[in-house]
Design a protein around this ligand. Sequence first.
Ligand SMILES: *[C@@H]1O[C@H](CO)[C@@H](O)[C@H](O)[C@H]1NC(C)=O
Ligand SMILES: *[C@@H]1O[C@H](CO)[C@@H](O)[C@H](O)[C@H]1NC(C)=O
Length: 217
Amino acid sequence: MANNFLLLNIIIAISFCCIVFAFEPSPLQDFCVADPTSSARVNGLACKNPTSVVPNDFAFSGLHIPGNTSNPNGSRVTPVSAAQLPGLNTLGISMVRIDYAPMGINPPHTHPRATEILTVIDGSLQVGFVTSNPDNRLITKTLQKGDVFVFPVGLVHFQRNVGTKNAVAIAALSSQNPGVITVANAVFGSKPGISSDVLAKAFQVDKSVVQHIQAKF
Ligand SMILES: *[C@@H]1O[C@H](CO)[C@@H](O)[C@H](O)[C@H]1NC(C)=O
Ligand SMILES: *[C@@H]1O[C@H](CO)[C@@H](O)[C@H](O)[C@H]1NC(C)=O
């Protein structure tokens, strides 16, 4: 009995250790404003001397300004992560504004380090994510202004403007530096390119189809 109890406690302790380690470490001080001039290599960015920190280190302006959507995707992501707002360093959080032209898409992509929670400020978006192998189930929904949707960490997801006017979303992400892997760019636009033999087999198409897509990147 006592042994079982001990074992259970060990299992619980191990689970907690790994849940915690899977995310950004907790801050050990009030803040660590990023010092972009430091050459120190750390996990995140080196801290500015706290005595030289100023209010603007914790601020960002301009998120009311629509992003330019004149590009092939018809969308624009305006990030506010530690690179734009140095006070975010070590805090494990960031945000973005996303603008979409009519029919615009934010193409399938994943954030290796963050869960994303998104709300529609204007317009109407179809959003979705795909679960991991082997199910690869598509979870999708059409959102209206005021609706909120969550994209779990690491999963491939997208948004599409399904309205007739511009759409705007604001999203929060659980990392100061969520990272983005756009599936099409990573697979067909890597430098140097992945061998067309590999991609032809992976996508079950002729090599010429792969080369045609690779040429677009
Ligand atoms: C938006 O981007 C397009 C393509 O890069 C450019 O031609 C256009 O001038 C930009 N518009 C504004 C308002 O910056
Ligand atoms: C579409 O958007 C993604 C993410 O912003 C970007 O990496 C990609 O280059 C864009 N693709 C085109 C064709 O503009």
